[in-house]
Design a protein around this ligand. Structure first.
Ligand SMILES: Cc1cc2nc3c(=O)[nH]c(=O)nc-3n(C[C@H](O)[C@H](O)[C@H](O)COP(=O)(O)OP(=O)(O)OC[C@H]3O[C@@H](n4cnc5c(N)ncnc54)[C@H](O)[C@@H]3O)c2cc1C
Length: 350
């Protein structure tokens, strides 16, 4: 590994903003990861683990310690099926969508609706990536990690990952403890494509035959492109971290209060049942109905012209502008709707 100094992080993120890393290493193997951690420890440096940089807001001053980019590659299909599933062991540094493409080509179901999500395989367990009715927690069999607590490499089974809506032990109770090296996904050979999501169903309306996995993948990518949620070179709406806010999960009582406020204005809030007795509410709806329409501008940042939930860098934006805009949105939504929105991207170096 070659130690680099003062490496700009903006080009390594989809938001394309923020300052440099004081030190930077790229790990192509588990041994590299171990070596990098030892280096950070020996110099008492703070360590940040970077994947594809698609869920980050890096501060304008950057990261004062070591940024370790995990670049472990490899997509290996186990030779024998396990409980009727085909298991793929995938290096944390593989681009996520390359794996989805290979899984679909191998006629395996389970991740087709997660097509087009940017970032690395190692980033997917962290916030239990999900879209169009699928989440990686449904297919992850185990996660191989380097445990910074005792310096051991271990395998965490699915249950040990504590998956929930946009969360896991990796971004909550054990944040910063594990460096993900490899992820094992158990997929269904010859399985049908998952078509539960209404927007996806609409895309196939009028069709007599059930779409296969490859067609579903293409439809998902098209829908994402329409929303600026697919990284397309030259599209100014995808210079973002994707959805900036999580969909709030409300109790019955909180939903009732929100519904009353909405009814007083002649609106109906889009919501659906979630996580036993709770309700998930559309954050995009709350943002839009608080005066932040698509295309809204705020200095060098703004709302995507294709999706109300994405804050975009319109060119030359600073992290400080993103944060100021985020706070303005959170404040206005809370004032009007009584709901506090929680940011989804990871804040680095603040
Ligand atoms: C246009 C766009 C669309 C998006 N759509 C979706 C979507 O539909 N659904 C969704 O869930 N997300 C979506 N996202 C968010 C993002 O793509 C995912 O969260 C992705 O999995 C992040 O992976 P990454 O490799 O880029 O992680 P990074 O952004 O590099 O890092 C994110 C977090 O994961 C940690 N991390 C990364 N790699 C490792 C590792 N190997 N070991 C330990 N920790 C690690 C980092 O330390 C950081 O805390 C979207 C983002 C964009 C820009």
């Amino acid at each position: 590994m070659q130690l680099q100094e003062n490496v700009p992080l903006a080009p390594l993120t989809t938001f394309r903003l923020g300052g440099p890393a004081r030190f930077f290493l790229e790990a192509a193997s588990s041994a590299d990861v171990q070596e990098a951690v030892a280096f950070a420890q020996s110099k008492a440096l703070l360590l940040f683990v970077l994947g594809g940089g698609s869920n980050l807001v890096v501060s304008d001053s950057g990261w004062p310690g070591l940024v370790l980019k995990v670049a472990i590659s490899g997509i290996d299909r186990r030779s024998a099926e396990e409980d009727g599933k085909v298991v793929f062991d995938v290096g944390a540094g593989e681009p996520w969508d390359r794996f989805v493409s290979q899984a679909v080509m191998a006629r395996c179901a389970g991740v087709e609706c997660l097509s087009g999500i940017p970032g690395s395989v190692g980033g997917t367990p962290v916030q239990n990536v999900g879209a169009y009715g699928q989440e990686v927690s449904q297919t992850i069999a185990s996660v191989e990690v380097f445990d910074r607590k005792d310096g051991q490499i271990r395998e965490l089974c699915r249950e040990a990952c504590g998956f929930n809506y946009r969360s896991s032990v990796f971004n909550t109770s054990e944040r910063g403890r594990f460096i993900i090296l490899r992820v094992a996904y158990a997929l269904t050979p010859g399985g049908e494509a998952h078509l539960e999501y209404a927007e996806l169903q609409r895309d196939f309306e009028g069709r007599e035959t059930r779409p296969n996995r490859a067609e579903t993948r293409e439809a998902v990518r098209h829908i994402r492109a329409r929303k600026g949620m697919l990284i397309v070179a030259g599209d100014p709406d995808c210079q973002s971290a994707g959805s900036f806010f999580k969909n709030p999960v409300l109790t019955e009582q909180q939903l009732e209060d929100l519904n009353k406020r909405a009814a007083a204005k002649g609106f109906t809030v889009p919501s659906y049942p979630a996580l036993e007795k709770n309700h998930k509410v559309s954050a995009a709806w709350l943002v839009e109905k608080s005066g932040f329409a698509r295309g809204y501008g705020f200095g060098h940042v703004g709302i995507s012209s294709k999706h109300a939930l994405a804050i975009v860098n319109r060119g030359g934006a600073t992290a400080a502008e993103v944060l100021a805009f985020k706070e303005q949105i959170q404040h206005r939504v809370e004032e009007i709707w009584g709901v506090r929105l929680e940011a989804e991207p990871v804040m680095v170096g603040f």
